[in-house]
Design a protein around this ligand. Structure first.
Ligand code: 5AD
Ligand code: SF4
Length: 469
């Protein structure tokens, strides 16, 4: 386009952000959008009209990172189409794959303009300006802007807050990262390398962000951290505050109705946090507490630092504090050296715990982790077979858990219109989707709902209380 043809008003630029992996990446993608908004980039859901595409990537398992390279192939074609029409498309790779394989991405995928890790999001506008400066260079001179440093400064303090209407458009529930990184070094896991050492945000920063969310209309906050219950933020007096104490402080925010946190490590479920579950009705009775394996031998090799018996005792203590507590978990099958008996022990702990839901994965070798150097890798077909058996057991438990809700009355946060006209939908305390007949006016609040049935992945309910006119 020549200068003569340039329209008098610059239309907003469009950014398309694709998020892979965990909830923390969902939170981070929103922060990136917030950081770009003051620089004229508006979010779009349509990749074809994007001036900037950001892939917020996940490195936790091999498949997750491979997806990024195939997506880059597709984007290259789209970029070509846009250029043929006189436009352009910048491409950035963010997140944990960028952190772990920044140079490799730049080498394998020259289409990429920007590569930056999770600790650099607050520098995004600056990186973008530098990348834009390279846009018209000859391809042989162009180099992607790479930022995978772990900065000293507090990234969160430099990220702008979202506007009220943006928060509300994102929904009645929100994520809030309180802790990042991990010092546990489970032998299968890349997180301590991609997200770095454990860092907790100061208490006042967390409370301010929570108040802003609630002020904009958010009813439910999920606190996020790779090791969220290891949270130890400083308060104004410089004292270290744990997640249990933080929950009591958040419970004082008027208008905040539900609080959750994920992901927890069994070793960090301390007395204060269990007491918070006993005392705070807003703390939802649904806990994601991964155990990974039920075999003590494998738990040791995984460097999980607890036994299966300790896990079961912990569950008992938590259920004593909050009898309606339900659990979800993560499991890895086929960790190096896992025998049939080890796997049977995993099935046993699943039966003894009884999960409302669980995620399960085949062990995937991650470069740089201690697990990658272990002998006795388990054959792929054995992993497949074990995963299948484990998932059958867990699926049966999930179905049984849904069925056990029928006849109960549960508080449901009604969030949206339903699938059918005249229906609305929301979530139970256990994150189950619940559908019921009712007017749209129910949306935005928690209502008592009698569960009258189940369908494939959701519950069917009937409104208990009439809505006040
Ligand atoms: N292979 C398979 N699963 C893994 N997870 C983490 N690392 C690996 C790996 N190398 C699983 C764990 C963790 C979840 C987020 O992903 O179960 O809890
Ligand atoms: Fe990974 Fe273990 Fe840390 Fe969880 S606790 S992020 S599995 S190293």
């Amino acid at each position: 386009m020549t200068e003569m043809e340039t329209p008098p008003l610059t239309p907003p630029k469009r950014v398309f952000i694709k998020t892979y992996g965990c909830q923390m990446n969902v939170y981070d993608s929103d922060r990136m959008a917030d950081a770009l908004a003051p620089h004229g980039y508006m979010p779009t859901q349509d990749v074809a009209e994007a001036d900037l595409v950001l892939l917020n990537t996940c490195h936790i398992r091999e498949k997750a990172s491979e997806k990024v390279f195939s997506e880059l192939g597709r984007l290259k074609e789209l970029q070509g189409e846009r250029r043929a029409l006189g436009g352009d498309m910048m491409i950035g790779v963010a997140g944990c794959v960028a952190q772990a394989e920044g140079e490799e991405i730049a080498r394998r995928a020259p289409v990429v303009d920007l590569v930056f890790g999770p600790q650099a999001y607050h520098r995004l506008p600056d990186m973008l300006a530098r990348a834009e400066g390279q846009r018209h260079m000859h391809p042989s001179l162009k180099k992607p802007v790479i930022d995978t440093d772990f900065p000293e400064e507090d990234k969160f303090a430099h990220l702008p807050a979202a506007k009220k209407e943006v928060i509300l458009a994102r929904g009645l529930t929100a994520f809030l990262t309180v802790q990042e990184g991990c010092d546990k070094f489970c032998s299968f896991c890349v997180v301590p390398y991609t997200r770095g050492a454990e860092v907790s945000r100061p208490v006042s920063q967390v409370l301010d962000e929570a108040r802003r969310l609630v002020d904009a209309g958010v009813k439910e906050i999920t606190l996020l951290g790779q090791n969220v219950n290891a949270y130890h933020g400083r308060d104004a007096a410089g004292r270290s505050v744990g997640l249990g104490e933080l929950a009591y402080l958040l419970a004082e925010i008027a208008g905040l109705e539900r609080l959750r946190y994920t992901t927890s490590h069994p070793r960090d479920m301390d007395e204060a946090l269990i007491a918070a579950h006993r005392d705070l009705p807003l703390l939802m009775p649904y806990l994601h507490l991964p155990v990974q394996s039920g075999s003590d031998r494998i738990l040791k090799a995984m460097n999980r630092k607890h036994t299966s018996a300790e896990y079961l005792t912990l569950i008992e203590r938590i259920k004593q504090a909050r009898p309606d507590m339900a659990l979800s978990g993560d499991f890895i099958v086929g960790f190096p050296g896992e025998t049939d008996q080890d796997f049977e022990d995993t099935l046993t702990i699943i039966r003894e715990t009884g999960y409302a839901s669980a995620y399960s994965f085949k062990y995937s070798t991650r470069p740089g982790t201690p697990g990658a150097n272990l002998a006795n890798q388990v054959a792929e077909e054995v992993k497949t077979e074990r995963l299948h058996r484990l998932q059958e057991l867990v699926n049966a438990q999930t179905t049984a858990f849904h069925a056990s809700c029928v006849g109960k009355t549960l508080p449901v946060l009604i969030e949206r219109v339903g699938r059918m006209p005249g229906q609305v939908g929301g979530r139970s305390p256990y994150l189950q989707a619940v559908h019921l007949d009712g007017p749209n006016e129910l949306i935005g609040a928690i209502h008592e709902v009698e569960i009258i049935g189940t369908s494939t992945n959701s519950l069917v309910g009937r409104l208990k209380q009439a809505v006040a006119a």
